[in-house]
Design a protein around this ligand. Sequence first.
Ligand code: GCW
Length: 719
Amino acid sequence: MRSAEDGYRLWLRYGVVSDARRLAEYRSALNGSVVVAGGSPTLDAAKSELGLGLSGLLGRPVHFAGGDAGQRAAADVNAVVVVAGTPVGSPSIAALDLTDDLRAAGDEGFIVRRVLSGARLGARLGARSGARAMVVIAANRDIGVLYGVFAFLRAMQTHRPLAGLNMTSAPALKRRMLNHWDNLDGSIERGYAGSSLWDWASLPGTLSPRYRDYARANASIGINACVLTNVNANSLVLTPEYLPKVAALADAFRPYGIRVFLTARFSAPIEIGGLKSADPRIAGVATWWRDKCREIYRHVPDFGGFLVKANSEGQPGPQDYGCDHAQGANLLGDALSVNGGGGIVIWRAFVYRENVAQDRAKQAFTDMVPLDGAFHGNAMVQAKNGPIDFMPREPFHPLFGAMPKTPMLIEFQITQEYLGQGTHLVYLAPLFKETLDADTYAGGPGSPVGKRVSGMAGVANIGNDRDWCGHPFGAANWFAFGRLAWDGTLSADSIADDWLRMTFTNDARFVTPVKALMMTSREAVVNYMTPLGLHHIMAKDHHHGPGPWVDTGRADWTSVYYHRADAAGIGFDRTKTGSNAVAQYHPPWPEVFGSLASCPETLLLWFHHVPWSHKMTSGRTLWDELCLRYQGGVDAVRHMRAVWQTLGARIDPARAEHVKVLLGIQEQEARWWRDACLLYFQTFSKLPLPTGCEPPAGRLEDFRLLKHTYVPDARRPDR
Ligand code: GCW
């Protein structure tokens, strides 16, 4: 029985190909048996996925042939139409002499190609009448075969012709990771899709089927690592009580090429080791971490390593002992090398302190750049895409291109903490691409962020909601993150196209307009929340809704610290007349960002304090432009609603209705942001709203009095 359209199957939906011509083409071309040569848990996973996919897409059972394609093709009229394997595991793959192509595929890559078996296999088998076309899925390693199977099925799910099918693909980045900010009590920090997937209480005895489906979904987009626990770490996960549970998850994910990491709390030697100190210079502390790693490797031999948030937002770290981040990272990295262990330490550069005068946007660079080269071989530094904190728009982090001796990972937030949380449709691929494509000019032009990192980490938006991400379009961001980590040159548009076809329908009357809607959604949220470079003006703590008036508590957690609105104007002067954060970028950025005339208007108020009367390129004053950007954001959501209204009938009612309701909330919240922010900023500008900007539906004092107690993941004081 087809499962209800509840989103559970994500993009791995294998319904019968809806286009009759394409279905006929596939059925005819694939009228034969399938061989998955060789045997391993990964190849078993590949075989299982091929069976599930082909039987679903073709609407008929799949016939798997044993042995190798060559033997079968020779002996059996029911010729082989698909063969998957590695040259080592399959003589017929070897016979195809794909050496050069497979060299390009590397360790994790694959080839998916339609070949005329008679031409090649025939030669090996002695001439056979009639060359048969055969789809070859080949790789150097089993995991590449699995990735190739998903790529082949994706081609069919998106109705690509088999004729001329010829893909050779290898991941650009070695590390393609999800970071789950999941707590051991089942809550998820900044999570809006239910509770944690990891059912710690029932592990290791019970393995939820969701673990395998999680692994399948990740393998289908090439994600090869996951950090199971929150960076605001809990040492308990490193204890004997939890390690068998971690091992059970690692075992479930391993066939799908996903390595498990954990977050390490720097004070663990004290909290679970009974030591008096966690000082990296104390021999007993290093011994404790080495013993702990030995213990972890006993449970998870291919343990990926530790992700560490230290000396940031109250987390313990090496600076508590007068040591620096490199000393902290090397303590854990050296421990992970014990017994030749392959684990790595990933040290987050999200470090800033409240009791310093320095601009928060500068502090990570100030702390980390002097340590370039001081990290040991199995340490990496992970920096967020921007220097503050996953805002709807930030300039790229100046650390990218500033630590040439240190392998780096870029951290994106897939969960929408600052982009509408669980209710706003915001397709993030344009945001990911904007940063990955940004030229750092490190060593001159042509040095984009995407080429300066060895990996990507995405703060997951996954929970145990039936549809995994809460919002039906949330999974598009998980999908896009993985696809871009594998191939940063993909366009946001093409990724959206694939996702829509795989998730909803290949009907162009749906795909085309909805893809356009997705492609406008990131600019829309920027405009109705923080246009023109405004940032960090959300409500306190839960970050749900606007809070430009927030001015209590630590300065760098308020809003006034960032917008600096006054009678003269608005924005944060980060040029040399201000904090001079622009100086942390490679030329020509300090000049480009530093001058009002050349600074991109999308980042104007990030880098400049600008007079309300400043003439924008539109010819309007800054104040009028600001108002019309906010209005434009609201109008964009209205347009999204109108588009969706006309398309519901092209997909299942359940998801059509769910998105319709959410878009209604999104428009209401976009108006809330516009009205609250403009009313508040108007108290400084004292200027009227320009024509075209709707009057606010409320008074500033009402907006300021709004209190939301139970917002999803309103961080509890006890955490
Ligand atoms: O964006 C902030 C979030 C915190 C998060 C922190 C981080 C895990 O508000 O919830 O803590 O970033 O990245 O460590």
